[in-house]
Design a protein around this ligand. Structure first.
Ligand code: ACM
Ligand code: ZN
Length: 567
């Protein structure tokens, strides 16, 4: 099982059979339906059926809790192996917020947790135990608590649009490894992906782009699909956190409503990846009103108390030239354009707070100094040499979601980000300092989709590297050999579920093989990027290779790799 249990596991020595037919349950029906669906894929369990215990005949509940927590079954012949009759999953207010407790007795299994979502993780452990033990279970107790309450991954629906079945399939595969957050990146330059009834051109114009071969590509998620995905996720203990990236990465929005930028000039949603200079004009009041109305529309579509407002990679050139933005800077007594981004972020954080939401933003929002404590900051990187503007903020206890690029960006090929690197040790910042544990609210891997065109590529890039995130973020165990063994086992489960993945060798290249893979793959990536009109592809991508290999190879070795790519 990945992740392994972190906490106490006591076994009484007794065995109990997990039935293959009817099992009574008490607890959230949607979660038991998921459990049933998973079990039915196991040989012999095709007909297993969970039935609400409310329909149980009186007198059937023959077990009672004993002081040790293990239950007794009556009426068994000597030597007969007892069978589970009833599974209960219930919230108990004295239980901690994260993790669950499970008691496996002679005829009843009880799962308790402090929160509904955590019950799903308990049922997931039970599922894996049934798999591992071929339908037999050891009686006893498990108390399992994660290192990080939030363990997630980012799906980028903008660069490539994944249908609801793909999103659900990722949620299920993540949930089977107790990953409990889907960060859904729903808006970027290459496409706006949420149905908008208030601003229809976001869909008729902003959800579609022209590909280099002339075809039109895109789509968006309807409100019904968004509901369906969240219900699917909730039944698995997963929370969906939407991101509308602002005020940069907005070409798709500007294509629909060009008046939102400083110049007002028309743009088209680009197909090529990159950082685009055209951003929202936050100096104009109507633009601020637009953004707030958009939040009015999108916020209620999502159950999560968190709402991600982006804030990464915001080129400030347009703001410097724009009379409206400069007037805002003067009127608000701001110290330049970085402070203007902070002002914009604070406006949105306050607005979200009024709507009962906690804003999440990328670490660039800390650049101009103090950002109110109500924001959760997601740390991905600090661009530029010697940058360390995040260090102090995190040392002062600000909560961060840790997604540092060298370890957790799974959109990079494993030759740049091998499995063992994702299985990172202590969270560190670009400047080398460790993030204090109290500052870490969670850990999140990203699957940016510029180079991920479809479901099978998405899965291939995710697995098994996402298992490393699950293991480190829940169990915290650092035993890599044990993890590799568990990975092999989990890859077989992916095969059974028809999910693509890398082999362990592909996921974890080392030494000469790793360097060779970088050269071969980056020659191809650069060639394709140049063909697609990506400006400076060679320099940008070689710079990226350098940065990713730093810390993995010597300076000379990296120079040699880059020379070979360029040759
Ligand atoms: C990011 O990778 N631009 C957050
Ligand atoms: Zn402006």
């Amino acid at each position: 099982m990945i992740p392994t249990v972190r906490g106490i596991e006591k076994r009484s020595g007794e065995k109990v059979r997990f039935p293959k037919n009817r099992i009574w349950f008490e607890g959230p029906a949607a979660m038991f339906a998921v459990f049933e669906e998973r079990l039915r894929k196991l040989p012999g369990y095709e007909k297993v059926r969970f039935v609400e215990a409310g329909e149980m005949e009186p007198g059937k509940r023959r077990s009672k809790k004993t002081e040790s927590g293990v239950q007794k079954a009556d009426g068994l012949q000597k030597g007969e192996i007892p069978e589970i009759l009833l599974i209960t999953a219930e919230i108990e207010s004295q239980e901690p917020e994260s993790g669950y407790r499970m008691v496996i007795g002679r005829d009843r299994i009880g799962i308790t947790a402090g929160k509904m979502s955590e019950l799903a993780h308990g049922l997931t452990t039970l599922f894996w135990r049934v798999c591992e033990m071929g339908g037999m279970l050891s009686c006893g107790q498990i108390e399992d608590r994660p290192v990080y309450a939030s363990r997630g991954y980012l799906l980028d629906g903008s660069r490539h649009f994944f249908d609801t079945e793909t999103v659900k399939s990722m949620i299920e595969q993540g949930a089977l490894r107790k990953l409990n957050r889907l960060h859904w990146h729903l808006s970027d330059d290459q496409g706006y992906r949420v149905e908008s009834r208030r601003f229809p051109k976001l869909n008729t114009v902003g959800s579609w782009r022209k590909e280099p071969d002339g075809t039109v590509y895109g789509g968006y998620y309807t409100w019904e699909q968004i509901r369906e995905i969240q219900d699917y996720a909730a039944a698995r203990g997963v929370e969906v956190i939407p991101e509308i990236d602002l005020p940069g990465h907005v070409s798709a929005m500007l294509a629909a409503y060009p008046e939102l930028s400083c110049s007002g000039e028309p743009v088209e949603p680009p197909a090529a990846p990159g950082i685009y200079n055209r951003i929202l004009c936050v100096g104009k009041d109507p633009v601020m009103n637009f953004v707030k109305e958009l939040l009015d529309e999108v916020c209620p579509l999502f159950d999560s108390p968190y709402f991600h407002i982006g804030g990464d990679e915001v080129p400030k050139g347009e703001w410097r030239k724009c009379p409206h933005c400069q007037e805002r800077i003067r009127r608000e007594y701001l110290d330049g354009e970085e402070a203007l981004q902070r002002w914009f972020t604070e406006e949105l954080l306050a607005y979200l707070e009024k709507k009962g939401k906690i804003g999440v933003c990328w670490n660039e929002t800390l650049k101009s100094g103090h950002l109110s404590e109500r924001a959760v900051v997601q740390y991905w990187d600090e661009e530029g040499k010697g940058e360390n503007y995040c260090e102090q903020a995190f040392e002062n206890g600000r909560k961060c979601i840790y997604s540092f690029t060298p370890y957790l960006y799974l959109d990079y090929i494993p030759a740049l980000t091998p499995l063992r690197r994702v299985f990172f040790d202590q969270p560190v910042l670009r400047g080398g300092r460790t993030v204090p544990t109290e500052s870490i609210a969670g850990c999140e891997a990203t699957l940016w989709a510029e180079q991920i065109e479809n479901k099978s590529r998405l899965e291939y890039m995710a697995f098994p590297r996402l298992f490393a995130v699950a293991q480190r973020a829940w169990s915290g165990r650092t035993d890599y050999t044990e993890f590799q063994k568990n990975c092999e086992e989990q890859l077989a489960w992916l095969d059974r579920d028809g999910i693509s993945h890398m082999t362990m060798e592909e996921a974890d290249p080392q030494g000469e093989a790793q360097k060779r893979a970088v050269v071969l793959q980056y020659r191809r990536i650069i060639k394709n990027a140049e063909r697609d009109g990506f400006a400076n592809a060679r320099d940008v991508l070689c710079g990226l290779v350098r940065s990713k290999l730093t810390g993995q190879f010597s300076r000379e070795e990296i120079d040699d790799v880059v020379r070979q790519i360029k040759a």
